[in-house]
Design a protein around this ligand. Structure first.
Ligand code: NAD
Length: 455
């Protein structure tokens, strides 16, 4: 481990940010982050940070979000560890230079070779949100380190316990010459955004995404924007509603609905709607009991502002079940709304809470139009056995990811690119896609000078 094990302290304004970036840039220039052995060591240490501090991480997530321990282990610790393990297993292969076949070099002197290699970009800024404050800080950080960069990691101030824990842990596990944590909110982030980075990786909402992109444009800095939006679920008639409901409830109500790829709303026909609502009620009771508030396995809303925002959406449609709230506890009951009209408040913005509206459509064609009339979602899900329906969803709609049969699961497959399109984001990461995001793919041509070359 490295000393001094400090993170960046307040006040943190533009001069401090400039100094920090200059220090990290010099560390990158020194070449210390380039050797594969350094990258592997950092990833191994990051893995240890996660596995040796499982309890402390779960405690912090419980303090910030009332996150149940099982959720904390599964979606924050284990998922991040799996991502790191996958990277460690494949890194050498991903980093290997690629050679073009000789026939691509027609017209060049004999003996010429050409190919590509990945270069680290340099110094990278990672800005994380509050809803999965560990995973969404450490997985991008792992990718940036695997690609050989130095990194400023900025956790979300809205998850203060997790932020403080990361600020304490990261410097005691990782190379402090190469990684710095800056805690804080808008002023600190603004000070960082004024600096020239070689890449900015932002996860959060589209309003701030635009601020990030504008600041990045000043320095021609490339960005990855991992944003959100309303992710629809199409439920076909004739499917087994109990299986669908179990999988929907599990994905929608995890972290009290505060997941970027959570199902936002359901599109289905009128007959399936009622049967699905009944099945969702059974599935929700099976998962959280009669009273989710006292179940110990159900999360809370991050703060009063979001509590008030989500509570205001409960008036849309007709409540099939749920609807109870407790502001002092930031508790919102798992809720399903039926007969929701597209012009009602719950359909105007990303819900980001445990409220699932069911919108009735006449047929599949109307569902496709409904999806295509709106912003491209981060994820699109469907429950259907029909191959034509699957094909049409795959080819007639655009979304960051497409999941049949099990919402949110695509995010946990490290070899798949994870990211949005249009309003739901720009760029992607995870596994080899993180290497591509945090590297420059450099073209290289070698033409021999020797006499044997024919020019
Ligand atoms: P947030 O409020 O924690 O903001 C994210 C980051 O932006 C924080 O680090 C914060 O300090 C910073 N920030 C906030 N205001 C800023 C400003 N004015 N200038 C500079 N930086 C600023 O998180 P959030 O945006 O509330 O997160 C929820 C949103 O994120 C949802 O829309 C959700 O769908 C999306 N999300 C997307 C993903 C994904 O992977 N695509 C993951 C999680 C969340």
């Amino acid at each position: 481990m490295n000393t001094p094990a400090t993170h960046v302290e307040a006040p943190f304004e533009a001069p401090e940010a400039a100094q920090l970036v200059a220090r990290l840039r010099a560390a990158h220039r020194s070449g210390r982050t380039r050797p594969p052995a350094w990258r592997t060591e950092q990833l191994t240490r990051l893995r240890a940070l996660l596995t040796e501090n499982r309890e402390a991480i779960a405690d912090a997530l419980h303090a910030d979000l009332g996150k149940p321990r099982t959720e904390a282990y599964l979606a924050e610790v284990d998922l991040s560890v799996r991502e790191i393990d996958h990277t460690l297993a494949h890194l050498e292969q991903w980093l290997a230079p690629q050679q073009l076949p000789a026939e691509e070099l027609a017209g060049l002197p004999d003996g010429s070779t050409a190919g590509t290699q990945y270069d680290p970009l340099g110094t990278v800024l990672v800005i994380a949100p509050w809803n999965y404050p560990v995973q969404l800080l450490l997985v991008p950080l792992a990718g940036a380190l695997a690609a050989g960069n130095t990194v400023v990691a900025k956790p979300s101030e809205m998850a203060p316990a997790a932020s403080a824990l990361m600020a304490r842990m990261i410097p005691s596990y990782l190379d402090t010459e190469a990684v710095a944590v800056v805690e804080g909110g808008v002023p600190e982030t603004t000070a960082l955004l004024a600096q020239r980075f070689d890449h900015i990786f932002y996860t959060g909402n589209g309003t701030v995404g635009r601020i990030v992109m504008r600041a990045a444009a000043e320095h021609l800095t490339p960005v990855t924007l991992e944003l959100g939006g309303k992710s629809p679920v199409f439920v076909d008639r004739g499917v087994d509603v109990d299986t669908v409901a179990r999988r929907l409830a599990e994905s929608k109500f995890r972290n009290a609905g505060q997941t970027c790829v959570a199902p936002d709303y359901v599109l289905t026909d009128a007959r399936t709607a009622q049967a699905l609502a009944d099945a969702l009620e059974r599935a929700t009771k099976a998962a959280y009991g009669e009273d989710p508030q006292t179940s110990g396995v159900y999360g809370r809303i991050v703060n009063e502002r979001h509590f008030d925002r989500i509570s205001a959406l409960l008036g849309s449609g007709r409540t099939a079940f749920g609807g109870r709230t407790d502001r002092a506890d930031r508790y919102i009951e798992p809720t399903v709304l039926l007969d929701v009209r597209p012009d009602e408040p719950v359909m105007q913005e990303e819900i980001f809470g445990p409220v699932l509206p069911i919108v009735t459509v006449a047929d599949f064609g109307e569902a496709i139009d409904f999806i295509n009339d709106r912003d491209k979602p981060l994820a699109l899900y469907a429950f259907t056995e029909d191959e034509t329906t699957r094909h049409r969803l795959a080819t007639e709609t655009s979304s960051g990811g497409l999941g049949f049969g099990l919402p949110m699961a695509h995010l946990a497959v490290p070899a798949l690119p994870f990211g949005g399109v249009g309003e739901s984001g720009l760029g992607s990461y995870h596994g080899p896609h993180s290497i591509a995001t945090f590297s420059h793919r450099k073209a290289r041509l070698d033409v021999p000078l020797s006499q044997s070359a024919n020019r």
